[in-house]
Design a protein. Structure first.
Length: 210
């Protein structure tokens, strides 16, 4: 049992990582009772965490069955990536046109620094950098509806990136490096709108690579 993780958001983060990294979910099911015991909490924060994952389509809740991990469907790969890119483009259109706040720029620079000391061909390190970048970007989005939509779509894109990493790590590592360098360079001299537009442009290449 983990050390009393009580926040539903923290529980969702751990379960999401478990799913993305294919660990600790042998049967593809998330059982409320077992999770409550694992995290040392009541079933209420567990249900809240599962609701969040269901909204992100990381899991699906089936009547009479429970919470089931949503598998990646190869026929939907390009669609999933394009959907994420479309939402990033929508964020760019709605983003403010003033210079990027220093705190936002520095958050991206900090992730770049982490990348330089990480072994990105390792799934766990790659996931950590991708997850931190998602969080940093989501915090830059002022509209809460767009922020939620971005998180949901971008987690699916990350899952595809992780699957591709397992098949061939070098192209994914190069893509991630270019993504972060582009984001940092654009946000240093431009606006959030320009930054998200460039991020969408780089991420769109994942669909072409399929």
């Amino acid at each position: 049992m983990l050390n009393q993780v009580k926040s539903s958001a923290a529980i969702a983060d751990i379960l999401r990582a478990d799913i993305c990294l294919n660990r600790d979910i042998a049967d593809g099911m998330l059982h409320e009772v077992a999770l409550a015991e694992r995290f040392g909490v009541s079933r209420t924060p567990i249900r809240q965490a599962l609701q969040r994952l269901a909204y992100e389509r990381v899991i699906s809740v089936k009547s009479g069955v429970g919470s089931v991990v949503t598998p990646l469907d190869a026929s939907m790969r390009v669609h999933d990536i394009r959907a994420a890119v479309a939402i990033i483009e929508a964020v760019a259109k709605c983003a403010p046109s003033h210079p990027v706040p220093a705190s936002h720029f520095m958050s991206v620079v900090g992730i770049l620094g982490m990348m330089d000391i990480s072994q990105l061909n390792r799934t766990e390190d790659f996931f950590e950098i991708r997850a931190r970048f998602l969080t940093a970007l989501a915090e830059m989005i002022e509209n809460p509806i767009l922020s939620d939509a971005f998180r949901a779509a971008y987690w699916r894109l990350i899952r595809w990136s992780l699957q591709d990493l397992g098949a061939a790590s070098e192209p994914q590592v190069a893509h991630l490096r270019e993504l972060l360098q582009t984001a940092a360079r654009t946000m240093r001299a431009g606006t959030l709108a320009e930054g998200f537009a460039q991020i969408a442009k780089v991420e769109s290449r994942l669909a072409a690579a399929s």
